[in-house]
Design a binder for this molecule. Structure first.
Ligand SMILES: [Zn+2]
Length: 369
């Protein structure tokens, strides 16, 4: 780097600091983080609202490798692990170490250290690279009234890091039933207390909740739709993202899924609720036929502010793997109008997470002295 470069960098930094001082943002670091796209590559394809750095046995890729994988394709990304650890039960599985929840009958348990792992990875990065990531807190048990206290403690231990909570799961096929201890419920006051706290702080809430039970008989109303709506309605102050629009691997979109989603989109009581279209399983249903692609595109074109793209990749080994869900959606991208395409791929993420960063940093400043 020559002197002119250094001078240029310093003067840009000075501009950021001046701008931040004007906005009463406390430190240059928080500021650069709050300013958008400082290190965002030009011409990127998307921001990723749903990304797991680590897997069900808390292993994954180095965050630096993830940034290389994002390359010039992803502008920004959320960053979280998985709140559940798959136990390796020697009594059950002997030397066959499970790496996925379907590999064994041994239970899953909440692994709070994931939040420290994610925060430490994030804090190890230079400022410009941190600006591309939005870490999320996940290591709490949503059926525990103390879940909110865990989130508060994580913010205290790692200020200046997190933008949201999740992805955490309430009803998730094959997973919820395996979690050691009390099963999670949409009607649990612990969940209300957690979301109330997220709303107070300004943390985005990324929640996974299947709309139905696995292998539900055709025609029956989806098991959890009314409860999930009631939950969302109880928290109008929270910014909620419903992961995968409630679809699972075998929890197929209900026959009338389009109509169910549209019912929420039309209702002002759900204006704080957004829908994440991440996961290859969701893409599989959305672009299954030209008709399904058109139906999905039609809803998104009419409500372009409410949908966000995500990959739901778990510790991908290379960029090709990372981009597969984006590429899977190619038929959808062609059918979206310009504005909707831009918002779903980038604009909605940036609006929601810029606001979250601003609010969470301000909350930290006033509450964590
Ligand atoms: Zn996920």
């Amino acid at each position: 780097m020559n002197t002119r470069h250094i001078r240029g960098t310093v003067s840009r930094l000075a501009q950021v600091v001046a701008l931040c001082a004007a906005l009463f943002t406390p430190t240059a670091a928080a500021c650069a983080q709050a300013s958008t796209g400082a290190a965002r590559p030009d011409g990127y394809l998307f921001d990723d609202v749903h990304f797991h750095l680590t897997n069900y046995v808390q292993e994954g890729i180095d965050v630096r490798d993830f940034l290389k994988i994002m390359g010039d394709k992803a502008g920004r990304s959320t960053l979280f692990g998985i709140p559940l650890q798959q136990q390796w039960s020697y009594r059950n599985d002997g030397g066959r170490a499970p790496t996925y929840y379907l590999n064994t009958d041994a239970p899953l348990y909440y692994y709070s250290f994931t939040d420290a792992w994610i925060a430490t990875a994030y804090n190890s990065l230079p400022e410009a690279e941190r600006a591309r990531l939005d870490p999320m807190i996940t290591g709490f048990n949503p059926s525990d009234m103390y879940a909110a206290d865990h989130v508060r403690r994580v913010l205290r231990a790692f200020p200046g890091v997190f933008s949201g909570i999740g992805e955490f799961s309430i009803h998730k096929e094959f997973v919820s039933a395996k979690v050691a201890g009390e099963v999670a419920s949409l009607n649990d006051p612990a969940l209300d207390r957690l979301i109330n706290f997220a709303a107070e702080v300004g943390l985005v809430v990324l929640i996974h909740n299947d709309v139905d039970t696995p292998f539900a008989g055709d025609g029956s109303p989806p098991a959890y739709f009314e409860e999930v709506k009631a939950l969302f309605k109880r928290h109008p102050e929270a910014t909620i993202i419903w992961a995968h629009i409630g679809v699972g691997r075998v929890v197929r979109p209900a026959k009338a899924q389009g109509a169910l989603v549209e019912e929420m989109l039309k209702d002002p009581a759900f204006k704080h609720v957004n829908f994440d279209i991440s996961w290859s399983e969701v893409a599989k249903y959305a672009v299954a036929t030209p008709e399904s692609s058109r139906a999905v595109a039609d809803v998104i074109n009419r409500y372009p502010d409410r949908f966000l793209f995500g990959t739901d990749e778990v510790a991908p080994k290379d960029q090709e793997t990372y981009l597969r869900v984006y590429n899977q959606y190619a038929p959808l991208w062609k059918l979206l109008d310009r504005e909707a395409s831009e918002k779903v791929r980038k604009g909605n993420y940036e609006r929601i997470f810029d606001e979250a960063r601003r609010r969470v940093r301000a909350w930290e400043q006033s509450h964590l002295k």
